[in-house]
Design a protein around this ligand. Structure first.
Ligand code: AMP
Ligand code: ZN
Length: 465
């Protein structure tokens, strides 16, 4: 079994497209592992407590703050944005994870983990708050390896902030935080009323569901310097083991070169991009086209959003989908002029090379070229070739890239093909009888509903206009 843990959303506001990029990237990894036949336990948490505005130990809890502003219960905020998040994931055809645990559902596990870290001497309590002792830990093993920074650099880059005077060291971070009486979400603990630190939930939940060491831990690149660095320290402090064998980090979705983020005011929501209803957008795009746009860039590179890039993706995607329809209409030739086993292998090679979706898509466009050439009698595909191409589309376009929603389901595609072939045969009969008004009427009517008939030497085919 492959264990995969990905840091999920903090459910205090709508997910923006940047967040979606990260979750779509891990959906590809999950889908590809499933496609290869692995059993995968995919855990993606919901952060519903403990994530403070500062992303560290001070400031208000993001969810409580929103609850106060909206005069709602924190759990109403959590419910609203969890439901919204799942709807968006569904719209983008992102598979649900195997387990979607919440921080508030694992308070006991987080308290137990804190106790053990204290027992093992890597933490200390001050006035109801428990801090992880980074300098003590760093004296024994590397801290900050994930971001490639050493302790001195990290210390140089950290300022003393309010409320930090109770910490022994500037880099220490809270495992458990004492709650002021007005704090909305708080729980009893051996150190008094409080709430868990944001980093601790991921350590507690990944350990609970995937064990002390599992295969892949992921999240956005912005989580490397603090959240994931501290998760590693916590896990080693807890049991002596680093949680994950591999770390995978997705790069940021940017707009005009700046990270898309709520606070910068340059984020847009999925439904705004779908409807085109936003000042930065010229028009709307289908969810599958947006997904395709994201997959045209490797997850490890930044992806800059622009209207032009979206329009180019839309055109490319339409060609890809159209070629699947053309494939259904191809007649097998007795001979073959292509090597599709090699093409299939190149698709696997692309995915085996760090889930390289842009290279995979380039291979799928090679398939498009072959299909279109075969339709124009410039390449020859035998029955086995046509079968293998259908398999490549199913495996890579539908199962791995998850772009099937745009391809109508097989039954309706087959039915539409059947109806179109029948209409084409009626039109050919009419032409043979020299009943041109009837044959023109069929062609014109189809034109008026967006379907174009193309007459080749021997046969006729159809496409959407
Ligand atoms: P949050 O809800 O802020 O905890 O973020 C959820 C996930 O989205 C995290 O893995 C972040 O790293 C990721 N994320 C946030 N902004 C972006 C962005 N602009 N591009 C890609 N991923 C992002
Ligand atoms: Zn996390």
């Amino acid at each position: 079994m492959v264990g995969l843990y990905v840091c999920g959303p903090t459910v205090y506001s709508d997910v923006h497209l940047g967040n979606c990029r990260t979750f779509i990237s891990f959906d590809i990894i999950y889908r590809y592992l499933l496609h290869l036949g692995f059993k995968v336990r995919y855990v993606r948490n919901i952060t519903d407590a403990g994530h403070l505005e500062s992303d560290s130990d001070h400031g208000e809890d993001k969810i409580s703050k929103k609850a106060k502003l909206s005069q709602l219960e924190p759990m109403e905020i959590v419910q609203k944005y969890t439901v919204g998040f799942r709807e968006v994931m569904n719209t983008f055809n992102v598979l649900p994870p195997s387990i979607e645990p919440t921080a508030t559902g694992h308070i006991i596990e987080q308290i137990e983990m804190t106790k053990k870290i204290l027992e093992r001497g890597y933490a200390y309590e001050v006035n109801g708050t428990v801090y992880f002792n980074v300098e003590k830990y760093a004296a024994e093993q590397a801290y900050g390896q994930l971001s490639g920074r050493n302790l001195e650099e990290l210390l140089d880059n950290t300022r003393d902030l309010d409320g930090q005077n109770e910490k022994k060291g500037r880099l220490d971070f809270a495992l458990w935080i004492k709650a002021k009486p007005e704090h909305l979400m708080q729980w009893p603990s051996p150190w008094g009323m409080g709430f868990p630190g944001w980093h601790l939930e991921c350590s507690a939940m990944s350990t609970k569901y995937l064990g002390e060491q599992f295969d892949i831990h992921g999240g956005g690149m912005d989580l490397v310097p603090t959240h994931h660095t501290n998760e590693i320290a916590q896990n080693i402090g807890y049991c002596g083991k680093s949680p994950a064998r591999f770390w995978i980090h997705t790069n940021m979705l940017t707009v005009n070169g700046q990270k898309m983020s709520k606070s910068l005011g340059n984020s847009f929501l999925p439904h705004e991009l779908i409807s085109g209803n936003h000042a930065l957008l010229k028009k709307g795009f289908s969810p599958m086209c947006i997904r395709f746009f994201m997959l045209m860039t490797h997850y490890g590179s930044t992806l800059d959003f622009s209207n032009d890039a979206m329009e180019a993706a839309e055109k490319g995607f339409a060609r890809l989908i159209e070629s699947r329809r053309t494939l259904d209409q191809l007649h097998a030739s007795p001979n073959s002029s292509v090597n599709l086993t090699e093409l299939q292998q190149k698709c696997y090679n692309a995915m085996n090379d760090d889930f390289n979706t842009p290279v995979l898509i380039a291979q799928l466009f090679e398939a498009v070229r072959i299909i279109n050439s075969a339709a124009n009698n410039k390449e020859q595909l035998n029955a086995d070739d046509i079968q293998l191409l259908k398999k490549i589309y199913q495996h890579f376009l539908v199962d791995v890239l998850g772009l099937q929603a745009e391809l109508e389901n097989d039954k309706s595609r087959e039915a539409l093909n059947g109806v179109m072939n029948y209409l084409i045969s009626l039109r050919n009969d009419a032409k043979q009888r020299k009943d041109f008004p009837a044959s023109d009427a069929i062609r014109n009517h189809l034109n008026s509903i967006g379907i174009q008939i193309k007459d080749n030497k021997e046969s006729s085919t159809w496409t959407f206009q």
